[in-house]
Design a protein around this ligand. Structure first.
Ligand code: FAD
Ligand code: EPU
Length: 340
């Protein structure tokens, strides 16, 4: 555990933005976290603490004038088992996709639709990660977090987390207060296959799958994702830059008359979620490039850094996209990525 000064954060964020952190340290135990937290109170403004996982949902637009704490807590264990479930407790610094592969190899079912999402376990509850018809809330049992205010470890149940679409209490009311230390997932002994989303069925057919398995679903999801999402190792990005907006059924019906192709998915009896990627594409942004900042050519919801774009360049581009979608459709896009 060593505190380094003026460290480039470029290797630590998947947008590959080159900003510097005033101080940077990694922690691999709660004791180390407590020590570093105590240290930070003397050296930086206490609000300037950033917990970092894989840096795959962050856009840095400035140098960071505080202490960046890279989470390296490791460990996966089964803490309980009943007739239907395994309860798997995972430390926050474990890589998400490696965890998914581990669970598939051991026949713990429930995470397969969430294959290939970058980042660490500790961030999975932050925005209730989701893909292909499953969200973390569907398999969430509890988590433990270190309270930076009260300086103690607390447990959060499903209800405590207030999960929503790309939302949780940690992004809202408790922003910046808790460091997630571990998450316990409730995984199934007998798989409940979920292939209803988008192109999964089609992909499974194309793969020639005769007997459904969690391995096959995981591979189908990996294939679909790889065909349209840019690999951060090749080109900087943080996945979907915006949330899919939710609008009223009335507004949806009016837009549908003019734009017959507008994709929409009912959320409840009043609201429809519409595809932001479609809205952005219709406004002509797909494949657009301005310097090294751009809109991915295969998925308009993903903004990219071709090489040396600054965070400000990406942020400004996102502002232009918000304005144009607003002017064309009367819908306000909300950024999903954490702007730091
Ligand atoms: P970071 O980017 O390091 O952190 C994200 C936020 O959480 C920051 O505010 C950080 O301070 C906070 N944080 C991180 N760890 C902790 C902790 N232990 N305690 C407290 N706060 C913490 N997301 C989806 O939901 N679905 C997808 O399908 C999806 N696809 C993606 C595809 C690509 C190619 C990319 C690049 C990203 C994608 N994402 C997706 C977004 C991203 O992978 C997830 O949000 C992921 O959970 C972020 O994990 P991370 O460890 O990289 O978090
Ligand atoms: N679409 C377009 N043009 C585009 C992109 C999408 O017309 O350029 C249309 C598609 O044709 C489809 C619809 O939009 O009809 C939805 O597209 P897709 O299935 O690719 O998913 P998405 O809504 O764009 C969401 C999540 C992803 C997640 C996928 C799969 C959000 C903000 N994004 O994307 O999550 O992987 O569904 O479940 O909800 C992320 O959060 O970073 C992320 C990648």
């Amino acid at each position: 555990m060593q505190v380094q000064e003026n460290i480039s954060l470029r290797p630590y964020n998947t947008f590959h933005i080159d900003v510097a952190a005033k101080q940077f340290a990694a922690f691999s135990s709660t004791d180390e976290l407590e020590t570093l937290h105590a240290f930070s109170r003397f050296t930086v403004d206490s609000s300037r603490l950033l917990i970092l996982g894989g840096g795959s949902n962050i856009l840095f637009i400035n140098n960071f004038s505080g202490l960046v704490l890279k989470n390296e807590l490791k460990g996966i264990e089964i803490i309980k088992e009943d007739a239907l479930h395994y309860y798997v407790k995972v430390s926050a610094g474990e890589n998400w996709h490696q965890l998914v592969l581990h669970c598939i190899a051991h026949n713990y079912a429930g995470l397969e639709n969430l294959s290939l999402i970058p980042g660490c376990v500790g961030a999975s509850p932050m925005q209730n990660i989701g893909a292909y018809g499953v969200e973390i809330k569907d398999v969430f049992e509890s988590l433990e977090a270190y309270d930076l205010e009260d300086k103690k470890v607390v447990t959060f149940s499903l209800n405590d987390c207030e999960f929503g679409y790309r939302e949780s209490v940690f992004k809202r009311r408790h922003k910046g207060r808790f460091v997630i230390l571990n998450v316990t997932y409730r995984l199934n002994k007998q798989p409940l296959f979920n292939t209803s989303y988008g192109a999964i069925e089609q992909e499974l057919q194309g793969m020639g799958v005769k007997e459904l398995s969690i391995q096959a679903i995981s591979q189908a999801v990996i294939n679909i994702r790889s065909s349209k999402l840019p690999d951060p190792a090749q080109i900087g990005n943080a996945g979907s830059f915006f949330k899919n907006p939710q609008i009223s059924i009335e507004q949806f019906n009016i837009l549908k008359e003019k734009y017959a192709g507008l994709p929409g998915y009912p959320v409840n009896e009043y609201n429809i979620k519409v595809a932001a990627g479609w809205l952005i594409e219709q406004c002509g942004w797909k494949g657009y490039r301005e310097g090294d900042a751009g809109v991915h050519a295969k998925q308009a919801l993903v903004l990219v850094n071709y090489a040396n774009a600054g965070g400000e360049d990406i942020y400004k581009l996102s502002g232009k996209i918000i304005e144009s979608v607003q002017n064309t459709f009367g819908i306000t896009l909300e950024r999903e990525v954490n702007i730091i």
